[in-house]
Design a protein around this ligand. Structure first.
Ligand code: NAD
Length: 237
């Protein structure tokens, strides 16, 4: 912890990759941990274009459940610590796989959302995107003004990441002197590969996670515990 703190204090360029684990203490279930199941379904079986094609109403019912949980959630000390870090680092980039918007609500400004936004709906017919922040949508599946079926504006398993976001994330990872990886199982590619991009370019990589991950063996520091406790300790001035 002490060494990791020193690296962070000295760094002028910092990039952070967060995953579902940082929002776990806000009451939002991760995909792979406890509480990931909804009814009898695994998230990996619902968050796919194939699942949506087969049963859009079922996938939307799952999203309605997730939207209602996220609407009730508040940013936790982990989100807030990262927002404060941004204030003191000259070049900072927060890359998130989360779709819940809690980083922005905690005050983070430079946020790259690799996997989209749960409050955005996109028409599968005309491509129009719109915001809808009703915690639970009424008639499911929702429809666009053009009559087309709307889908959640998120990136599902097997889909490409938005190119511009990816380029920004890769550039920030390559430039970083310190790269923090927080609350991600590090198995969802290509996002998980950003830690290797940073390390190969010379960054110190610090992992914060409640459990071991495939990254734990080769990062420069692996800090075990809940992000809401570890991040405020790590970033204490
Ligand atoms: P994941 O569910 O695969 O893994 C969660 C990780 O967080 C695990 O490694 C777990 O050990 C760790 N963790 C759990 N509680 C923690 C805590 N309190 N502090 C620190 N670490 C903790 O999540 P992922 O790697 O982000 O990949 C899953 C995909 O699911 C992502 O693409 C993401 O878009 C999506 N997702 C997003 C949300 C959200 O927006 N909140 C929630 C669930 C899933």
């Amino acid at each position: 912890m002490d060494e990791a703190r020193r690296w962070l204090r000295a760094a002028r360029r910092v990039a952070v990759l967060t995953g579902a684990g940082i929002s776990a203490e806000s009451g939002i279930p991760t995909f792979r941990g406890q509480g990931g199941l909804w009814r009898q379904y695994r998230p990996e079986d619902l968050a796919t274009p194939e699942a949506f094609d087969a049963d859009p109403k079922l996938v939307w019912e799952w999203y309605n459940w997730r939207r209602s949980l996220i609407a009730k959630a508040q940013p936790n000390p982990g989100h807030r610590a990262l927002a404060q870090l941004e204030e003191r680092v000259p070049e900072f980039c927060l890359i998130t796989q989360n779709v819940d918007g809690l980083h922005e609500r905690a005050g983070s400004r430079m946020v790259v959302r690799l996997h989209g936004d749960i409050w955005t709906l996109r028409c599968t017919h005309c491509g129009l995107s719109c915001k809808n922040e009703d915690p639970e949508l009424g008639e499911l599946p929702p429809r666009c003004a053009c009559g087309g079926l709307q889908r959640p504006g998120v990136v599902w398993f097997g889909e490409n990441l938005p190119a511009e976001c990816w380029q920004t994330a890769e550039k920030a990872s390559r430039a970083a002197e310190v790269f923090l990886v927080v609350g991600t199982s590090a198995v969802v590619m290509p996002a998980a590969g950003l830690a290797a991009v940073a390390k190969n370019a010379g960054a110190r990589v610090i992992e914060v996670n409640a459990d071991d991950t495939p990254l734990s063996g080769w990062v420069d520091a692996s800090l075990r515990g809940p992000a809401g406790k570890i991040l405020p300790e790590l970033l204490a001035a």
